[in-house]
Design a protein around this ligand. Structure first.
Ligand SMILES: Nc1nc2c(ncn2[C@@H]2O[C@H](COP(=O)(O)OP(=O)(O)OP(=O)(O)O)[C@@H](O)[C@H]2O)c(=O)[nH]1
Length: 305
């Protein structure tokens, strides 16, 4: 696992996008960008808060509507930004500085509330993709079919299939062959949101094939069933070896990271670095092995970048 930190800034939406606000921040915005978009109340801020700020899912009930574009700068193996775009912004309006928002975007996550009527949001999404494809053909799209926890098992599968089919059909009817869209059923009440976010982030990691090859070597060399490279705070995994992802193993690792981080905060001590010339430096890095957890053994090693 790897440590990271993040910072948050806000841009009021009532400012013109050509205003000093955007101009001032633009120089620092060459990092790959990930947009969170969707209808009002679809769950964008909840996702951002649960994944990046460890907010308890039940606390999201009290989140107020977002009125400003919220920017999170993530510092990890790679640096990237997550922008939460308020549902009420009309970004297709001609006066809107689209380049300030969409230029440099690596991936867009469209959050679709699966427990609400989704026909209009689907049309909005399709319109947005078609509009952006002309100018920014490299953007990848991920649809989070969100709040699936509130659907019954049967209804959930039907809903996921229906949404997937409608969006794909609409895009193909509009002439977009092989639309660059992937679909993820998500909920903030389980690990699905972390798993989905991991997959989207991985699209932005240029070193992914190298990392996967290295993790394959670790898995083979240490006879490990599955190896993940996690971001500690968000519990997003940046890469894993190329064997199929096992959701149960991912959840186990994710819960174990939580436990270790909590215990480290209480009991960790500072160790003097053993490296020559680093005697004055201090190094903190967690390491843990545990056996017999649902028939598995877990090994965790923190890497500081
Ligand atoms: N059942 C369920 N409710 C969720 C989930 N995610 C978010 N919610 C709820 O959805 C409501 C709206 O969430 P927000 O995060 O404020 O939505 P938003 O998209 O940021 O809304 P705007 O700021 O208006 O754009 C809140 O009451 C959340 O508790 C989920 O996975 N399942």
């Amino acid at each position: 696992m790897a440590t990271k930190s993040h910072t948050v800034t806000e841009v009021p939406t009532n400012d013109s996008p050509t205003s000093a606000n955007l101009a001032a921040t633009r120089s620092a915005e060459h990092k790959p960008r990930l947009l969170l978009m969707g209808q009002k109340r679809s769950g964008k801020s909840s996702i951002s808060n649960v994944v990046f700020h460890k907010m308890a899912p039940t606390e999201t009930l009290f989140i107020e509507a977002t009125t400003a574009i919220k920017k999170e700068a993530m510092h990890s193996f790679m640096e990237f930004q997550v922008w939460d775009i308020p549902g009420q912004i009309d970004y297709l309006e001609p006066s809107f500085d689209a380049d300030g928002i969409f230029g440099g975007v690596g991936a867009m996550i469209w959050v679709l509330d699966a427990q609400d009527s989704y026909l209009v949001p689907i049309l909005n999404l399709v319109e947005t993709i078609l509009h952006l494809q002309q100018t920014y053909p490299d953007i990848k799209y991920a649809v989070f079919i969100h709040k699936v926890d509130s659907l019954t098992d049967d209804f959930r599968l039907d809903t996921i299939r229906d949404i997937n089919q409608r969006i794909t059909d609409e895009l193909m009817d509009a002439g977009l062959e092989n639309p660059p869209v992937s679909f993820y059923p998500t909920s903030i009440f389980d690990h699905s949101i972390f798993e989905a976010f991991s997959k989207v982030i991985q699209v932005l990691v240029p070193q992914l094939p190298t990392l996967e090859a290295l993790l394959n070597t670790v898995a083979a060399g240490c006879r490990m069933e599955k190896v993940y490279l996690f971001d500690v705070l968000s519990k997003i995994y940046i890469a894993s070896d190329t064997s199929p992802v096992d959701m149960a193993a991912y959840e186990l690792c994710s819960d174990w990271i939580d436990t270790i981080v909590d215990m480290s905060e209480i009991y960790a001590y500072q160790r003097e670095s053993e490296g020559a010339g680093e005697r004055d430096g201090w190094r903190q890095s967690a390491e843990s092995t545990v056996g017999g957890v649902r028939g598995s053994s877990l090994y965790l090693k923190e890497i500081n970048t």
